[in-house]
Design a protein around this ligand. Sequence first.
Ligand code: ADP
Ligand code: MG
Length: 158
Amino acid sequence: SPFPIRLAGPVQKGFGRGGKDLGCPTANLPDDSTEEMTAVARTGVYYGYAQVIPPQDKVAEFGKEELAVLPMVMSMGFNPFYDNKKLTAEIHIMHSFQRDFYGYEMRAIVLGYIRPELNYTSREALIDDIDTDKRVALRCLERPGYQKYATDDHFKLE
Ligand code: ADP
Ligand code: MG
């Protein structure tokens, strides 16, 4: 298995659909940060941990929880429902952030695969599947073998 896969890079602007259209904002990773992963992993939905690392002068604006290593779901692929021409890697961190963090560094460890990319006949069906993905991710991360990755050296720990 190719896991764990460590990823890091400044959060990029995307089409702005995740939050507005689907109620699920996804922080987009830069292309060059995912080359290693795209070489060894197929497109689809993955789970793992992620952390946002704001610049020093913004840290005070973030709550303790928002600076923590948190469970995430990641989509890597072409988003068939939107028929994107370019591959993107996007991470939804399972926490309700009080603000955006475009340009800030994000670090992640991908630990497993959930499902392939699918197309949907409706937005509602896609939203349903995203909800399932989040539940699956949280259940998977309960496995005792995974806890150690939340304190991996890849993350910035207090
Ligand atoms: P875009 O297409 O620009 O990625 P989205 O609608 O997917 O737009 O929103 C993503 C942005 O929302 C992220 O870059 C980040 O700044 C912000 N955001 C807020 N909460 C979260 C979260 N829980 N997970 C990921 N990004 C979040
Ligand atoms: Mg996004």
